[in-house]
Write a protein that binds this ligand. Structure first.
Ligand code: C2E
Ligand code: CA
Ligand code: CA
Length: 724
């Protein structure tokens, strides 16, 4: 191809006259001009025979028409040079030097002669003789030969170089027919490698490959795949694509259209890279999946599928960032009332079931842009977008309370519970997620203080109450540090003799401004603050110290009872602290609420109870019959006494039914071998009835109110005096 181009270029543009003569001219006739270049026509006045001309008639220098020597040489197959004369188109005889180069067919026969012609000056006519056959060819001829040789060598060198490449190389002409390809390119064609030959078109090669089944169509229809390849090829100046071979290899195909219309292409085996890439992609995909799962996990509650606290905060932050000036939002903080008790009764398995059931009941209340989250335990949050429509936050809260007050069936039985809701309303266009959550929670606490199934909307008043509560909380902390929590002692009397048999230490707060405060002023807040155990500890230590003081005058009571909260009972330092106390001969007794036995049921609890009893500490079940008590507590530990709640005691003066009820409770204690103390003994009548019913010990305002240690000392002294 290169050679043809060089020839064509020379033929068109060179100043040398070139023509092609037909082979074997008839004797004496002129030589037919099959083709000539423009310069030849310009020089000789002749055209190619295709134009209706021409034979060129040659003479020797003697004017003989067809020279013998020329005819002989033209029958041969060797190149030669002759000096002859020719008849110019204008009739003149012109001397010229002609270099004949044979064009041979595959059989070696001459099919034509390429003639390079140079005119000589007319003076040279006389000198025009036949040149020596081996005379050096004209410069251009030599250049052409050299160029042809160079081009052939270059082509072969290029082929050698290309074949050393591991990558496939191919060159197509502007008609998409293959010009050259290297061995690597052929190798990629496996069984049809022999079809990779000059002249084959891109499409033909593609289809040979299909017949040889070398392409992997990557689950496409083969014809669609082929059309796709062809289209891409046709339309693009550069085409880069990845092809998969049936043998599993991947080829990167890069094609580039050259300025002359040819298409140069590279085929690089990228199998290894591709496998690495695939492995990398697979790993990335897995990572992405794991990450998404993790994200999902970190945003959503696993039990209910609702948002979790983190997810809610995230979603609310987005709302706050994008809110419209007219956007009106509300936040409902929902808490299932007595959830802990329900789970204690039904078992832990019920927990997830009920939480899911609650979620299912809440979901239908959601409208577009609303959020539902479970932010821990049994606390749910609804964020409502009230901008459009006629819903109100209170209306939705009522629906919540209504829906959650209907029983849910669990294990075939109806499970009854209620929910309370705290509502916070956002100022229009100004949504502050943290403040909303905080305000709704404050409102919820307020709602729960009022009982079950309550709704409260956050207001400034509530906030003030909350602030005052916070102030009290600070003061409690401060009071604990400064020893402001002290015991008052309420004596307990033998029902028969009315002798003081013991005292119950009851916490009082010596408030620096408000005076002596009873537990109603601080116990609930202290419970919320989780510091009841510290109050219990302070009261116990203080009370024991007072017993020590009383013992100095021999007036200490036989028994000191203290109230012990669950937190105190499970305090890891309790036993060690007890070992350092010396009650100076007074027996120590712990009053435990029946709910403690229901709440805490693991073996470490039993161990603790044993440890207390081993130290000689007596146990009493407090508030028996208050509704929080049951028989479980009586059988679980072996208490020394049960204290009948004043709610059971006080009404005995009013009805015989109440008396019978109390009698049954007392009888139960006696049958279990447990001592019975009656609380709330408010009158002499109570004393009489309780004594009659078989109560062992009496405690109440009728006999003595709670009093400070000094008064107790006086009372003990008076009693000692009486009995002396
Ligand atoms: P509680 O253990 O049942 O204590 C008896 C409560 O009944 C005392 O109230 C006492 O003042 C009151 N009371 C005594 N006699 C009568 C009576 O005849 N009629 C009536 N209506 N009430 C009577 P207080 O001192 O206000 O204590 C209330 C509750 O606070 C206690 O009930 C106890 O549960 C708790 N508490 C008191 N001190 C402590 C303490 O140091 N630690 C813990 N954890 N709780 C304590
Ligand atoms: Ca008590
Ligand atoms: Ca009690």
């Amino acid at each position: 191809m290169e050679i043809e181009k060089i020839v064509a270029s020379i033929a068109e543009h060179d100043r040398q006259a070139i023509w092609i003569a037909g082979a074997n001219p008839a004797k004496g006739a002129g030589l037919p001009v099959l083709w000539c270049n423009p310069r030849f026509t310009e020089m000789t006045g002749h055209r190619a025979s295709g134009d209706g001309a021409t034979e060129i008639v040659l003479f020797d220098t003697n004017g003989r028409s067809a020279c013998q020597g020329l005819a002989t040489r033209l029958r041969g197959t060797e190149a030669f040079t002759s000096r002859l004369c020719y008849r110019h188109g204008d009739g003149a005889t012109v001397p010229a030097e002609l270099r004949f180069s044979p064009v041979l067919d595959v059989g070696g026969a001459v099919t034509a002669w390429i003639v390079f012609q140079r005119d000589l000056s007319r003076d040279a006519v006389s000198d025009a003789t036949e040149a020596e056959p081996d005379a050096p060819p004209h410069d251009l001829e030599r250049d052409l030969d050299a160029a042809i040789r160079w081009a052939k060598e270059a082509e072969s060198r290029l082929c050698d170089i290309l074949n050393t490449l591991a990558d496939g190389f191919v060159l197509y002409d502007s008609d998409d027919r293959l010009i050259i390809a290297n061995d690597a390119f052929r190798d990629f064609h496996g069984p049809v490698r022999d079809k990779v030959a000059p002249g084959v078109s891109f499409e033909e090669l593609l289809r040979y490959g299909m017949e040889g089944e070398i392409w992997d169509y990557e689950s496409k229809d083969p014809e669609c795949w082929a059309q796709h390849q062809l289209n891409r090829r046709r339309n693009a100046e550069t085409a880069n694509s990845l092809i998969r071979l049936k043998d599993g290899r991947w080829l990167q195909r890069n094609e580039h259209r050259l300025p002359n219309g040819e298409m140069a292409g590279l085929r690089v085996d990228v199998t290894k890279h591709q496998e690495q890439q695939r492995a990398f992609n697979e790993t990335s995909h897995q990572l992405e999946l794991a990450n998404a799962k993790l994200r999902c996990k970190s945003m959503f509650d696993e039990v209910t599928g609702a948002l979790n606290r983190h997810g809610l905060e995230d979603a609310m932050a987005s709302i706050a960032a994008d809110q419209a000036p007219d956007q009106h939002l509300a936040l409902l903080y929902i808490d299932v009332d007595q959830f802990k008790q329900i789970i204690t009764t039904l078992g832990n398995d019920a927990s997830d079931y009920i939480l899911r059931a609650v979620t299912t009941l809440l979901r239908p209340l959601l409208e577009q842009n609303d959020l539902l989250a479970r932010i821990g335990g049994d606390a749910f949050v609804l964020v409502l977008d009230l901008t459009a429509g006629d819903r109100t936050a209170e209306g939705v809260a009522r629906q919540v309370v209504h829906k959650l007050s209907r029983p849910i069936r669990y294990g075939g039985l109806p499970c009854h519970f209620t929910a309370s809701v705290g509502v916070a309303l956002s100022p229009i266009g100004s949504f502050d997620p943290a403040a909303m959550l905080n305000n709704a929670e404050i409102a919820l606490h307020r709602a729960q203080n009022d009982g079950c199934a309550q709704i409260e909307t956050y207001s400034r008043k509530i906030q003030e109450a909350m602030i005052s509560r916070n102030t009290i909380a600070d003061e409690i902390m401060n009071g604990l540090e400064h020893g402001e929590f002290v015991p008052h002692f309420q004596p307990q009397f033998d029902a028969e003799t009315l002798e003081i048999v013991g005292v119950e230490a009851l916490a009082r707060w010596k408030h620096p401004r408000r005076g002596i405060l009873a537990p109603t002023h601080f116990l609930e807040i202290a419970e919320e603050m989780n510091i009841v155990a510290e109050i219990d500890k302070a009261i116990l230590e203080h009370a024991v110290a007072e017993m020590g003081e009383l013992s100095k005058s021999g007036l200490q009571p036989k028994k000191l009872s203290v109230n012990v909260s669950l937190a105190r009972l499970t305090d890891p330092n309790l036993l060690r602290g007890l070992d350092t106390l010396d009650a100076q001969g007074t027996t120590l007794s712990f009053e435990l609420l029946e709910t403690i036995f229901v709440d805490e049921q693991d073996s470490s609890f039993d161990w603790r109870i044993d440890q207390l009893q081993e130290r000689g500490i007596e146990l009493e079940i407090d508030d028996f019959g208050s509704g929080r008590a049951s028989i479980v507590g009586l059988t679980r530990v072996s208490p020394k006494r049960m204290k009948i709640d004043r709610q059971l005691v006080i009404p005995v003066t009013e009805s015989s039914t109440r008396r019978r009820l109390l009698a049954a409770v007392i009888e139960m204690g006696r049958s279990l071998g447990i001592g019975v103390t009656a609380e709330g003994v408010e009158s002499a009548e109570h004393v009489g009835i309780l004594r009659e019913l078989g109560c062992d010990t009496l405690q109440g305002f009728a006999l003595a109110s709670p009093m400070p240690a000094e008064e107790l000392a006086k009372l003990m002294a008076a009693q000692a005096f009486r009995s002396a």
